[in-house]
Design a protein around this ligand. Structure first.
Ligand code: 4NP
Length: 162
């Protein structure tokens, strides 16, 4: 079993988008030994569904955003996940501030380190909350291609290719 957590700030835009898309492709690929979840480092939106602008873009692309409810990243997420993918450098710093030891720290990696088009492995997924409609479109594109790469990586791992 591989358990992956996606983490952003509010858990209503970027990390739930990654959760929905990766979950969809895992189901399509028949990878039923991978679990995904998402949370935010901030707690302002706990219990809320996805931001309607993110949800609209997911629905238009053929995904179902309706099941999401926002949660907060807490220290026990280190115990329940093998890989913790943060959306930007601030999310990474906030997650690492909660890490108890090197085992926790080793689980944390930037989401776009899997993006084949990232300008650097440390690149951020821009925060659409503070951007305009174009940022929501850009974020969907980044997350879709990165999600594909994550699923491909997991399939390669299962096949012993990496
Ligand atoms: P997310 O976007 O981190 O991608 O979910 C945000 C959502 C809400 C806020 C910030 C970022 N906020 O400040 O409420």
């Amino acid at each position: 079993m591989t358990r992956i957590a996606f983490v952003c700030l509010g858990n209503i835009c970027r990390s739930p988008t990654a959760d929905v898309i990766v979950r969809h492709h895992l189901e399509q690929a028949g990878l039923d030994d991978v679990e995904v979840a998402s949370s935010g480092t901030g707690d302002w939106h706990v219990g809320e569904p996805m931001d309607e602008r993110s949800a609209a873009r997911l629905a238009a692309a053929g995904y179902d955003p309706s099941g999401h409810r926002a949660r907060t990243f807490t220290v026990d997420w280190f115990d329940r996940h093998d890989l913790i993918l943060t959306m930007d450098a601030a999310n990474r710093a906030d997650v690492l501030a909660l890490a108890r030891d090197d085992t926790d720290r080793a689980k944390v990696r930037m989401f776009r380190s899997f993006d084949p088009q990232a300008p650097s492995p440390d690149a951020d997924v821009p925060d659409p909350w503070y951007g305009g409609p174009d940022t929501f479109d850009e974020v969907l594109g980044i997350i879709e291609r990165t999600a594909h790469q994550i699923v491909r990586h997991l399939l390669d791992e299962r096949a012993g290719r990496v």
